[in-house]
Design a protein around this ligand. Sequence first.
Ligand code: NAP
Length: 257
Amino acid sequence: MSNRRTVAVVGATGRLGEHVVRVLAERGHEVVAISRSAGVDIVTGEGLDQALTGVDVVIDTSGTPSADETVATEFFTAAAANLHAAGARAGVELIVSVSILGIDASTGGYYRAKVAHEKALTAGPVPVRILRAAQFHEFVEPLVSWGRQGDTVRVPLMRTQLVAAAAVAEALVDLAEGPAPEPGTTAAPFPEIAGPREENLAKAAELVYAARGEDVTVVEVSEEGTPDRELLENGAFVAGPATTLAGPTLEEWLAQA
Ligand SMILES: NC(=O)c1ccc[n+]([C@@H]2O[C@H](COP(=O)([O-])OP(=O)(O)OC[C@H]3O[C@@H](n4cnc5c(N)ncnc54)[C@H](OP(=O)(O)O)[C@@H]3O)[C@@H](O)[C@H]2O)c1
């Protein structure tokens, strides 16, 4: 590693953040781990100035478990504003953050909150790079668990292009190691990353439960009233021609785990 940086990872204990911490350490960077469990809250700002002292780059992998649009929007906009304000005070050169592939046309819920997150991040003043990622292999079970009742899970028909959080982490660290853009110049289309092939969420859920030895029946449903049903079903969340594809496939990932 020729260019050792001090990198703060926000959400360091999360599905994605723990991989970012590992990749940074493997590449020889100094890591500052940020999460509420480490005593730093990016929504209230508590502990943030102290945590960012001496930090060159921030990789923001924070998230809220709430899928409610208002709750999630408040989380992400407050977090982005605090990261920019504290980052500017600390002389941070670049904030790298992660969004979700295919969310432009979403009509509500968590995906709209992520659009608001992108907007708040690109408002500056610290230069920003945003990577849009497909759903993680690690997220299949949490994503479908809302529809679980006993040993049956109802899963909306969804075309997705699942990607390993480890692959997304490598791409975020690549961005963190690259040059910062001019402040205020970051705009859509953002770079994208997805897994090597399109998957069907219900089939993916079956594979995950089978790999765990759990006897769960997965029922795929296509119902009126499912938020963003058309987008889920018409392939808005799968890779486009400009998306970077990165392995492993879900099966390979399950076999490794
Ligand atoms: N999951 C997916 O499939 C997927 C796909 C594409 C993009 N993304 C995006 O990737 C990001 C990370 O997702 P994930 O699934 O890895 O999330 P996650 O596992 O829920 O992790 C969230 C992290 O944020 C931290 N956090 C939460 N509230 C905080 C606060 N107020 N202050 C400081 N840290 C806080 C959590 O730690 P504490 O609880 O200790 O604070 C945790 O480390 C999200 O922005 C998400 O939208 C996710």
